[in-house]
Each structure stands twice: as structure tokens, then as C-alpha cells.
Design a protein around this ligand. Sequence first.
Ligand SMILES: Cc1cc2nc3c(=O)[nH]c(=O)nc-3n(C[C@H](O)[C@H](O)[C@H](O)COP(=O)(O)OP(=O)(O)OC[C@H]3O[C@@H](n4cnc5c(N)ncnc54)[C@H](O)[C@@H]3O)c2cc1C
Length: 509
Amino acid sequence: MVNTLVIALDKLRTEEPNEDLKFRPSAKWPINTDKVRQALKNAGFTGKVVARCDVPNEYSAAIYRWAENLQGLPALVVYPETEEQISITVKFAVENKFTISIRCGGHNGAPMVSETILVDMRHSNAVKVDKETRQLTFGGGCNWGEVYEVANPAGLEAVGGGYWGVGVGGWSTGGGYSWLSGKYGMGCDNILAVRMCLADGSIVTASETENPDLFWSIRGGHGQLGIITEFTTQAYLNGGPALVGMLGYRPDQLSQVLDMLNDRFFPVRTAQESLVLGFVRPPPHYQPVVAIMPWIQGDDAYIAKIKSIFTDTVKPMVDRTYIAHDQVQVAHGADGMFAVPGAKRKVDGLTTIGDLWPEMALEAWQKWEEYTSNVPDCRGSVVLFECHSRDKMASKPSDATAWGARDPHYYAVCTGTSMTTATDQYAEAFALETAELIGAHHLAKAGKPARQWGLGRMNPDTQEFTYSYATNRDRLKQLKEEYDPLGVFQSPLGQQTHTTLLAKSGKRD
Ligand SMILES: Cc1cc2nc3c(=O)[nH]c(=O)nc-3n(C[C@H](O)[C@H](O)[C@H](O)COP(=O)(O)OP(=O)(O)OC[C@H]3O[C@@H](n4cnc5c(N)ncnc54)[C@H](O)[C@@H]3O)c2cc1C
């Protein structure tokens, strides 16, 4: 298979681009995107296509992202409805030297460059359940809410995202931390097979036995070798109701909360329970709050026993916890938090940490509290310490999948948000500096650097991610060269894409 592909790509490399297609600069845009759209239709694409020349109507809706600053300006946004249409799009992109970026849930950034075709996968959202084998098969454009809505009534739960709107594509190929990770490992560890469209337009299956290199790469290495049209994953019998929501404490209780977690919760914690410790300013008053967002799965007595750890010695000022009966309800639990008005420009600094060290958390609080009071425009910024039970996620060797962060860890998410471009620089500095501060504590305590990532989300087409591939980075780079030597698919490895290579060689415009 690989040889056939390499030969096909060699052939493409030596052929001149189709001279009939002259997407020359127009007065308004660098390329004539209406002409590109027509050419794609002529190539057999029958789905909806939105072109940049459609500004400001449909186009602004088509490029909509989770955060405004992550929106790119692709030439076309295409909405394939079948694998065949995906394949036609990829072949067209190769022939006409466009870079492809992929949208599933739309939580990450799209390339800012103009010669990109954004493949919006939203129509690939069918979900099938095999109760016998407890396997789920779902389209590469689903969000996790769509998967839970079919799996849960069938008595199954999936190792998926904590928030319903997160896309299965970016989440699973990026590793995937789940409330269920303590029990069943990372999301990517539960992928059994995928169908994907490669750079020559062919559709292949990747699993342990078929195209194992591809299978290795999509488990944590992102979707940079092709478009995943369908996932098959292992699901599990529904583990029962879970306590979720939020317990809010006063800032002066932070030390006690940290002691309570380290002395009483972590020592008894099993894979049945997890939590996120957050520093947040909830609307409408935006006062600083120490928040514990618990996830405790079990019967009433078990839930009450574990919850009492959070309430008996340190009294929360608010208790907004509730019992969620399935994953659909769990995944909607944070709707309020994610709907902070106006906070639509975001940048993340993420870092792994060996433990929830009190002095680390106290310093991070101080920085966050000062920053969010001094820059009101950025008060939606948060620090989250995500503390899932670590052992199962660390149970694979670090080269078993492209996801290489297999040392037992929690992780910290430092999200800088701003409401206007004027304060973007502060949000970015906050995310970067807070992640570095936390990472420095990890280095001092654990004696080795933390794995940090996500800081390049402002512009994924030009910035290299120092992602959590660990020692797998070189193998991923080799596979990228092998399967996508022309850089058709956007890559977080800092490799040049089709478009940037062309711009440098002067072959386009
Ligand atoms: C509110 C919120 C909650 C989150 N919660 C969690 C969490 O609980 N656990 C966790 O681990 N992470 C979480 N994240 C991070 C999230 O997993 C990443 O941002 C992820 O990349 C989002 O995937 P997406 O499909 O929504 O994004 P998109 O921007 O649509 O996709 C991101 C990238 O994924 C790749 N990709 C997507 N679909 C495909 C496909 N079909 N084929 C090939 N490649 C594809 C592409 O490279 C694409 O550029 C959260 C993020 C947010 C904003």
C-alpha cells in the first residue's frame, strides 16, 4: 500500500499543475475563489461549497470556530457527504496545490493562509452501536454529544470528551483525556480501527493488522496523514450515574482545599472518581472562586462518601453538584461555564504535572488572581488542574502510540481569554507564563521537564507545536514524509505545508 502511494505521489510531483485552472489573483482576493469552487464542482464534487468570495454572508458562518482568533481564511469550505466526495476533494487539492485543513468540532485553529481548502466533516456524523462486541462506529465529523446520544440509550458509555461539543476527530487524534480515562486509558487507546482518506485520495482502513503505521500515527499524532472518515472504538457497559457540577470555595480557603485534596482525596481515590480544580470568575459578578468540578461514579452511598471529603472539613460557599444519569447529561454540565459572554478569543498553555503540589497551585493562583483583576477584559481566563486517576493512562509504553506522554501525570490548562484584539497579547502572555511557572515547579519536583503544548494555537500554520509526542516525534515526521510528502494536510509538526512550500518556491503567485 505504502509503495503504491509513494509512486502515485511521485507521479503527481513530476506532473505540471492543470494549466486549465488559472486561479490568478483578482483585485479583491489573492485567488479567484469562485473559479476554484467551479473547478471543484467540475471535478465531480456535489456537496455544498462556500467560497471566500461569498463574504460576508455564508462565509463568516462557515469559518466559525470555538474561538474567534482561531478562525482562518480558507479559499473554500467544503461539506462532503460521502467518502467519495472527500476523496474528490483531496485529489483536487493535490492537483491544484491547495493545502487541506480539517474541521470536526472546530475547537482548534485553522490555517490563516488563503490557499487552503477547509474540509468540514459535519455530515460524517452517523453513529452505530454493536451491543454484542460493545463497539461503536461513528463518522469522523461527530461531536461527542452525538456519540453519547446513541451509545448511552444502548447501555454503553464511550471514552470521550467531557464537553459535548468537542469533536471526535481532534480529541481522539490528539490523545483524548476523558472522565473515564482512569478506568480505560486515553481516548486514543480505545480506537480499534479507522477508515481514512490519504493524500492520493484512496480510502484505507488502519488498525493493528492493516496499515499499522497509520494506525500508530492517528493515536495521538493528530490527523495529519489523512482525513479520518470513520472511527471504530471500544465502548463499555454504562458505569451508572455520576456526581458532577461544581463546588465553589472562597479564595482564602485555597490552602485548606489543597491540603484536603492531597491528604484526604488523592490517597483514597480510585478510577471511579476524578476532579478538576479550577480558578475561575463566574459571571455575573466575576468574583474569584476556587472551584472543584468532581466526577464521582457509583451508587448513592458511594457518591455521598466521596463527596463528604469535599464538604465536611472545608465548607464550600456554593454547591452546584448534581447527579448526571448518563454521559449526555455529564457532557452538558459545563454549558454555563463555556458560555461566558464575550470571551471568544482564547489561547491555551498546557503542561503536564507530576502532582498537585500546593506551592505550585498557590503561585499559579496569585498570578491568575492579579492578572484577572488588572485586565478586566481578560477575566474569563482560567487555570484548570485536571486530575484523572493516572495509572491506566500511563500503562502503555511511550512508543506504543504516537501519544507519547505516558509518565503518570495530571495536567494544567492555562487559558488566556480576551474579548478584543487589543488585549490578545496579555491573554497570550498569561497562558504562556502561567504554563511555564507550573512547568518550572514540575521540573524542580520531578527532576525532568514537563511536556508542554498548545501555545502555538494562535497560528497553527506557521508555529511549531512542542506537542506531547515525546520521543515519537521523529517517527511521526518520517511517516509524514512517507504518506504526505507534498504536505497536503495541515500538520502540527511544523512541517511546511503544500502552500507555504509553493509560496517559497515561487510556483504560485
Ligand atoms: C470546551 C473544550 C473542552 C475540552 N475538553 C477536553 C477534554 O475533556 N479532554 C481533552 O483531551 N481535550 C479537551 N479539549 C481539547 C480538544 O480535545 C482539542 O481542542 C481538540 O483538538 C478538539 O477537536 P475538534 O475536532 O473539536 O477540533 P477541530 O479544530 O475541528 O480539529 C482539530 C484538528 O484535529 C484534526 N482532525 C479533526 N477531525 C479530523 C478527522 N476527521 N480526520 C483527521 N483529522 C482530524 C485536524 O488536524 C484538525 O486540525 C477541550 C477543548 C475545548 C475547547
